[in-house]
Design a protein around this ligand. Structure first.
Ligand code: GDP
Ligand code: MG
Length: 197
C-alpha cells in the first residue's frame, strides 16, 4: 500500500508483536457519508451489503389499505486500513438508527471505539447515534463531514449542541478524501489507545 499515515506505534504496540488488529466502527445517520468514507480509505475492495428490509410495512399497508411499498435500505460497509507497520484497522460502517439495535449488539462486541460522522447542518440527526454509542460504552471521536457549501460551524457550538465531553476529539473530514479520512481515524485511534493505557 501507499505510505502509511504516521502513528507513533512504539507507544502502543507490544515489543515483538507482529500485527495488532483493531476493530473500529464508523457510524452516523443516513447519508452522512459512511459508505463514501470507507470507500475512500479501504485498502481492500470495500464490502457493502445492501439489504432491503420491509419494515412492519405489511401491517402498516393493511391498516391503511394502501399498497404502497415501505422499504428501507440498510447498508453495511466493511474495509481495512493499515495505519502503521503493525496496526491494522478493521472498519465496520454501521447505520445509527435505533431500529438496528440488534445489529449494534454484534457490531459493538470487541470494538475499540467509534468514529461518529456528523453533518454540521443536521446535528440533531446525530443525537440518536451518539446515544447508542454511549449506551454501548464505546469511546468515540467526532468527524465533521464537510459537504460542499456547508459553512464551518464553530467547534465550541458543535460541542455544545452534541453535548460532548471536553476531551472528545472533534476533527474536520472530507469523506471523499483518502488522506483526510485516514487522519480522522488516526486521531481517533490515538485517543482510544491513550485512554486504554
Ligand atoms: N459533497 C460531498 N458529498 C458527500 C460527502 N460525503 C458523502 N457525500 C455524498 O453524500 C451522499 C451520501 O453518502 P453515503 O456515503 O452514501 O452516506 P451513508 O448513508 O452514511 O453511507 C452520497 O451521494 C455521497 O456522494 C462529502 O464530504 N462531500
Ligand atoms: Mg451507506
Amino acid at each position: 500500500m501507499g505510505s502509511a499515515p504516521s502513528l507513533d506505534e512504539q507507544a502502543y504496540v507490544r515489543a515483538g508483536a507482529t500485527q495488532t488488529a483493531v476493530k473500529i466502527l464508523v457510524v452516523g445517520h443516513f447519508a452522512v457519508g459512511k459508505t463514501t468514507f470507507i470507500r475512500a480509505i479501504s485498502e481492500i475492495p470495500p464490502l457493502s451489503t445492501e439489504e432491503t428490509m420491509t419494515r412492519a410495512g405489511e401491517l402498516f399497508d393493511d391498516l391503511k389499505g394502501v399498497r404502497g411499498k415501505t422499504t428501507t435500505t440498510v447498508a453495511m460497509d466493511f474495509g481495512r486500513l493499515t495505519i502503521s507497520e503493525r496496526v491494522v484497522l478493521y472498519l465496520f460502517g454501521t447505520p445509527g438508527q435505533q431500529r438496528f439495535v440488534q445489529m449494534w449488539e454484534d457490531m459493538a462486541r470487541g470494538a475499540l471505539g467509534a468514529l461518529v460522522l456528523v453533518d454540521p447542518e443536521r446535528l440533531a440527526d446525530s443525537f440518536g447515534v451518539i446515544d447508542l454509542i454511549e449506551q454501548y460504552g464505546l469511546d468515540y471521536a467526532i468527524a465533521v463531514n464537510r459537504f460542499d457549501g456547508t459553512r464551518d460551524r464553530e467547534e465550541r457550538a458543535l460541542r455544545e449542541a452534541l453535548d460532548l465531553l471536553d476531551d472528545t476529539p472533534v476533527v474536520p473530514v472530507d469523506a471523499r478524501d483518502q488522506r483526510s479520512s485516514a487522519d480522522a481515524l488516526i486521531t481517533l485511534v490515538r485517543y482510544l489507545l491513550d485512554r486504554a493505557h
